[in-house]
Design a protein around this ligand. Structure first.
Ligand code: FAD
Length: 442
C-alpha cells in the first residue's frame, strides 16, 4: 500500500527507521509541511538553515513541500496519493506532541493511521526511569540509567528499489534573506557526516579542548542534530569503538541533550515557567537599553560581547559563552532568563526549546542540577581563564585586537578604539543579585 513519510526533525536518509517503515509499506510520498506556527517565530538563522537542509534532502529524496496547518495538509496529501498510513518519528516537544495528536485525530476520521517510529533521541523521553518507574530529576543518575538502558544500532540504509510518489501541487521553498554579516554553517546530511568525520579525528582531545572557545574543540553537531541530519545513535555507534576520556565526555554531552528532552517532556511548562517554582518570586528588572546592549554585544565586557557577536554572525555560540552571557544577563543586568532565552532562540541555528531553556534555567538557578544562584560568574576572570591568549575575544571584538589586556582594556584604550565602558560595576551587581536571592530565601 501507499504511505506518506512526513519529515520534520529528521531530514536525512541514513539511519531513519520511520522512513524505512514507510518504504516497507510500499510506494512512499515524502512530505514536508511548512507550518506557519513554527515558521513564524523562527528567526532568519533557522529559516534559512531549514530551507537549505530541505534542498539538500530533496537531492536524495523527491520531497513534496506544502504550506499550512499540518492537520489539514497531511490529511489532504495522504488522501491525494491514497495512503493508508502516515509515518513519522515521534516528536516529544510540547508543540510537536500537540500538533501530532491533532493530525492523528484528523487522519483517524478517514481511517488513515499515524505511525510513530523512532524519535530524535537515542533513548526516547519517558523511557529512562528509576526502579519505581519515575523519571529522573537530576542528571547523574539519569545518565547512568540512560547508558544502562542502551540503544539500538543504526538502522539499515535505504533500499535501492525505493518507489516514490509526489503531490500534484506543491510550494517552492522560500528564499530567506540573511541579515548582513550573518553567515551560517553548511546544512544537510552530507555536511553533517563531513563535520562528524572531521571531529572523530580529534575526539581524543575533546575533553581538554571543549571549554576553550578560541579553539575549534567541539563537534559543531548541534544544528545537524537539531534538524536530524544525523541521528545521535549514529554518533554513539561511531564512538563505541573509541576509548579515552574524549569519547566518554562526548557521550555525556549527548546524554545532556536527552536528559533535557526528558525533563521538558515531564514538565512541558518548564519551557516558560520556573522548573523550581520558588524562583518565580525573584525580583527582576524590565529589559531596557541594557538588554539591547547585551543583545548587540556592546556591554563593555569583552568576553560577553564576543559571545553575543559570534551568535549574530554565525548563528552559533560556544557553550562556555552561552553560560557566561546568560549569567551576565540574569545576574549583572537582573533581566529574567526568558528574555535571554527568546533572543538565543531567535538567532541560534541549533535553537532547541529543551536544551536552550534548560540551559537558561541552569544559569538562573531554577533548573535541574542548577548552578547555585549565589555562584556568580565574573565575566573578566571567566574570559581570562577560558580564553587565556584572548584569541576568541580578538576574533569577535576586532577593535580590541591590538589593545593591551583585551579582557580588561584600560579606559584610555577603550576610548582610543571606540569600545564602550563597562555597562555596570560587576562587583556591585553581584551583591545586588545576592540581595535579591536572599529575599526569596527568607
Ligand atoms: P559539543 O560540545 O560538540 O557537544 C556535542 C553535542 O552534545 C551537542 O551538539 C549537543 O547536542 C549536546 N550538548 C552539549 N552540551 C549540551 C548541553 N549543555 N545541553 C544539552 N545538550 C548539550 N544546545 C542546543 O543544541 N540548542 C540550544 O538551543 C542550546 N541552548 C543553550 C543555551 C544555554 C544558555 C546553554 C548554557 C547551553 C545551550 N545549549 C544548547 C547547549 C550547548 O551549548 C550546545 O549544545 C553546544 O554549544 C553546541 O555545540 P557543539 O555541537 O559543538 O557541542
Amino acid at each position: 500500500t501507499t504511505s506518506v513519510m512526513w519529515f520534520r526533525r529528521d531530514l536525512r536518509t541514513a539511519d531513519n527507521p520511520a522512513l524505512l517503515a514507510a518504504l516497507a509499506d510500499g510506494p512512499t510520498l515524502p512530505l514536508f509541511v511548512l507550518d506557519p506556527a513554527l515558521w513564524g517565530p523562527a528567526g532568519p538563522s533557522r529559516r534559512s538553515y531549514l530551507v537549505d537542509s530541505l534542498r539538500s534532502l530533496g537531492r536524495d529524496v523527491p520531497v513534496s513541500v506544502v504550506r499550512g496547518d499540518p492537520a489539514q495538509q497531511v490529511l489532504r496529501a495522504a488522501q491525494e496519493v491514497g495512503a493508508t498510513r502516515v509515518h513519522v518519528a515521534a516528536d516529544y516537544g510540547p508543540y510537536g506532541a500537540r500538533r501530532d495528536a491533532a493530525v492523528e485525530e484528523a487522519l483517524r476520521d478517514t481511517g488513515i493511521e499515524l505511525v510513530r517510529t523512532g524519535s530524535p533521541y537515542a533513548v526516547a523521553p519517558d523511557r529512562v526511569t528509576n526502579g519505581s518507574g519515575a523519571s529522573y530529576k537530576v542528571f547523574t543518575p539519569f545518565s547512568r540509567a540512560w547508558a544502562e538502558h542502551g540503544w539500538r544500532g543504526p538502522a539499515d540504509p535505504l533500499p535501492t528499489d525505493a518507489r516514490w510518489r509526489h503531490l500534484k501541487e506543491t510550494v517552492d521553498l522560500p528564499d530567506v534573506a540573511l541579515p548582513e554579516g550573518l553567515e551560517l554553517p553548511d546544512a544537510g546530511e552530507a555536511a553533517a557526516h563531513r563535520a562528524w568525520e572531521a571531529f572523530l579525528d580529534k575526539v581524543v582531545d575533546y575533553d581538554g579542548a571543549r571549554d576553550l572557545p578560541g579553539v575549534e574543540g567541539t563537534s559543531r553537531m548541534s544544528h545537524h542534530l537539531k534538524y536530524g541530519e544525523i541521528h545521535p545513535r549514529t554518533l554513539l555507534a561511531d564512538l563505541a569503538g573509541r576509548g579515552g576520556k574524549g569519547a566518554t565526555t562526548y557521550r555525556q554531552e549527548i546524554a545532556w541533550r536527552e536528559f533535557y528532552a526528558d525533563v521538558l517532556f515531564q514538565r512541558p511548562d518548564s519551557a516558560r515557567e520556573y522548573l523550581r517554582r520558588e524562583y518565580a518570586a525573584m525580583t527582576y528588572d524590565e529589559p531596557g537599553a541594557d538588554f539591547e546592549a547585551w543583545c548587540e554585544g556592546r556591554t563593555g565586557f569583552p568576553v560577553v560581547d564576543a559571545g553575543m557577536r559570534q551568535l549574530r554572525a554565525t548563528g552559533w555560540m560556544h557553550n562556555r559563552l552561552r553560560m557566561i552571557t546568560a549569567s551576565f544577563l540574569v545576574k549583572d543586568l537582573h533581566v529574567e532568563w526568558q528574555h535571554g532565552a527568546r533572543h538565543f532562540l531567535h538567532w541560534l541555528v541549533d535553537g532547541d526549546l529543551a536544551s536552550n531553556n534548560h540551559g537558561w534555567q541552569w544559569t538562573a538557578g531554577s533548573g535541574t542540577d542548577a548552578s547555585p544562584f549565589f555562584r556568580v560568574f565574573n565575566p573578566t576572570s571567566q574570559g581570562r581563564k577560558f580564553d587565556p591568549d584572548a584569541a576568541y575575544v580578538r576574533t569577535w571584538v576586532p577593535e580590541l585586537v591590538d589593545v593591551e589586556d583585551p579582557h580588561d582594556p584600560s579606559p584610555e584604550a577603550r576610548r582610543r578604539v571606540g569600545y564602550p565602558e563597562p555597562l555596570v560595576d560587576h562587583a556591585a551587581e553581584r551583591l545586588e543579585a545576592l540581595d535579591r536571592y536572599q529575599a526569596i530565601k527568607k
